[in-house]
Write a protein that binds this ligand. Sequence first.
Ligand code: SAM
Ligand code: SF4
Length: 450
Amino acid sequence: MSTAPTSIGAIAAGPGRTVYIETYGCQMNVSDSELILGVLADRGYAAVAEPSRADVILLNTCAIRENAETRVARRVGQLISERRSTRRVRIGLAGCMAQHHRDRLLERIPGLDFVVGPDGYRRLADLLEADEPAIAVQLDRRETYADILPMRERGVRAWVTIMRGCDRFCTFCVVPFVRGRERSLPPDVLGEELVRVASEGFREVVLLGQTVNSYRHGETGFGELLRMACDVQGIERVRFTSPHPADFDDATIAALGECPKLGAYIHLPLQSGSDSVLESMQRGHTLDEYRRLVARLRAAVPSLALSTDIIVGYPGETDDDFEATSRVMDDIGFDHAFLFKYSPREGTRSFRLEETVDETAKGERLERLIAEQQARSLRINRQMIGRTTEVLVESSPKKQPDWLSGKNAQFKTVAFEPAGPTGARHGELASVLVEAATSQTLSGREIGRA
Ligand code: SAM
Ligand code: SF4
């Protein structure tokens, strides 16, 4: 889950047209931005890292909460006002917010040149040729972009979208409306993609989908796909996000227990610790079912780290419901949590429900869960002090450029003092003795190659 916008650096130099992309929201959007670059590369565009050098400026947007949209509206207004009239620079919006508001965006944001939804990327280059503001927001339940090669920025971790859309229609969520119905990519296409990713030097893959574990294409379910990914030579770790608690099957849990490359981390959104709120949200499971799933996952992977998503202030959430959430988070002992204030989204079922928790109370509930989670994360992370952990090296910490950092199997960030010339380099696994911990990171020193 990412919140700060990311921009994709230059992938090719050349005399042709240039595009700058800023990505908001979740990893699906990061992956879609790579797809958009793939679509545009076919039409001669090269990516640049600054808007001032671009012929096309595209913001790939999120619609999940209102504040995500407000931020993009501000940013696009700023980019439009900074545009110089000496060059023809096209500025537009892509992704979920584009789909959510469609042509209303062209009315509301003077100077906007194009609006393209998640199923319209094939038409993007044509939209850019148009003389008038142009729009492509038709959802297409068959579109998987299976034939498009994404342009990935080189690194250790590759995002691989395995399914698109969502059929669950949780009452609060705009995703099924802006990303359309669920569809999975063919396993042979994904197999080739994974081999290509490994040959390009990526060492970790993250399989992506809104309900990633509901993946199914013909006879191939998610469990088989996980095993297939783990069999790819050169890939050291396979992760996935976000699974839905009601979509785990035996084959997936068996794969988790048997394939060491699958790591020991699952992001398992809970949303609320109260059964009545879960029911009202139409999440498709009870609290007890969630707890039993956690017990099965921990039995399969004893060192499992868990994170979750929680929404506070959903319509009808009482003090008791909120206290139940706080208690459950502690009982389960989440390593990390993404915590949100409920944001009513137009078009969803809960949009019609009367809001019963005011902004102040939502804020107080959020603050309390944040404080509790920070203390919990610190407590859990401190238990790692004195132990050895295996880190896939990906970069150097900004504040300590002579150190290295990466993620361990539990997806925790570990910064460490390298062993010197014999130590692990980027893309390799290091054994690190943990000597200190905060609520966010572990740190220590390398004691050998893993
Ligand atoms: N598909 C994933 C699942 O069901 O677990 C979640 C995808 S959603 C993009 C990420 C998270 O955003 C959700 O788990 C939920 O906590 C949060 N979210 C979605 N709609 C929201 C809303 N209207 N207000 C606040 N948070 C919301
Ligand atoms: Fe949204 Fe629910 Fe689908 Fe997740 S499962 S994307 S929360 S509708």
